[in-house]
Design a protein around this ligand. Structure first.
Ligand SMILES: [Ca+2]
Ligand SMILES: [Ca+2]
Length: 321
């Protein structure tokens, strides 16, 4: 096509020799055409990063979910989604499994309002209001912590995160004023440890993300602040240190890091997702226009950010590379 351009130019110029304006037009036609195509490309690229439902080839929007809160993907491509059902309604929560061939099944049902989930050694860990649960991948349930096992009354267990040793961390967002807010650790030996309580300066702890041994990033659902939480990993009454890293994330919810080290933070209240080159960096808005964005995750190949739109009942893949 490029080789044909000089000939086209010459022919067009010769044919319209009596009209100087059309000579100029014809001469610049290929350049204008390329510019036009480039501007269309730029437009479609920018549309992809800000539009909702921007499904890319190879990843589909999942629909008909009942208030999806959290998503985790097994290395084999199975997608696990926690579905709250009616918010505050007990017994209608569930965990669904979505296979690469498009089929789906229910892994666990009869839950209350399941929120954060995480996978570790072929087990799925689930925070369900005031219980920490574990399921094997056939759906067999183990109760890891019941309300009496927590140091403070658990009322809004939210995100679950697991370190390389198998310690399980769970945030409690507390009530609307942050009462009973906490971050807990269930040690490998099964001991429940309160790392921070409501006095630590994180009003409503939500998203958790490992940031090295004995160190978590914590998203504050009430203030939109992002914190680092460092703690003594050997004590059952640990000393801890909370450091403010960044702010402005509205109803901050999910945290995930991609293979390149970029951090992603979702804002449930304003249905946005930001990308940060590192936790203290200037956030870049990469997705908006949803109804609500809960706990995000990555696809098995790392090419897509998976966005649960809780109110829309959808899981939306967003290409990130
Ligand atoms: Ca429910
Ligand atoms: Ca959450």
């Amino acid at each position: 096509m490029l080789e044909a351009q000089p000939q086209n130019q010459l022919t067009a110029a010769t044919l319209s020799a009596e009209n100087p304006a059309s000579i100029i037009q014809s001469k610049y036609q290929p350049v204008l055409l390329i510019a036009f195509i480039l501007s269309l490309l730029a437009l479609s690229l920018s549309a992809n990063v800000v539009r909702a439902d921007s499904a890319m080839p190879g990843a589909k929007v999942l629909t008909d979910l009942q208030m999806p809160e959290s998503v985790m993907v097994h290395a084999d491509g199975r997608v696990f989604i926690s579905e709250i059902g009616g918010f505050g309604k007990n017994g209608d929560g569930r965990i669904s499994v979505h296979y690469p061939d498009g089929s789906r099944k229910i892994l666990a049902e009869g839950l209350n309002d399941p929120k954060g989930i995480d996978l570790f050694n072929n087990h799925l860990y689930v925070a369900d209001i005031d219980h920490l649960l574990r399921f094997d991948l056939d759906g067999k349930k183990t109760i890891l912590a019941k309300p009496a096992d927590f140091q403070d009354k658990p009322i809004f267990l939210n995100d679950v995160e697991i370190d390389g040793l198998g310690n399980v961390y769970v945030s409690d967002s507390g009530d609307e004023n942050g009462k009973h807010a906490a971050v807990y650790k269930r040690s490998v030996s099964g001991e429940m440890i309160q790392i921070i309580n409501a006095s630590a300066g994180i009003k409503r702890p939500n998203g958790l993300l490992m940031d090295g041994p004995n160190r978590l990033l914590v998203a504050d659902f009430a203030t939109g602040d992002l914190f680092a939480l460092a703690f003594d990993g050997t004590s059952s009454t640990p000393q801890s240190e909370v450091t403010l890293l960044n702010r402005g994330f509205g109803g901050a919810d999910g945290l995930v890091r991609d293979a390149q080290g970029f951090l992603y933070i979702s804002d449930w209240s304003h249905a946005k997702v930001w990308q940060l080159s590192e936790p203290k960096a200037t956030p870049q808005l990469i997705s908006s226009g949803h109804q609500s964005v809960a706990d995000i995750s990555l696809s098995a190949d790392g090419a897509f950010l998976l966005i649960p739109d809780m109110k829309a009942g959808k899981l939306i893949p967003l290409a990130i590379r």
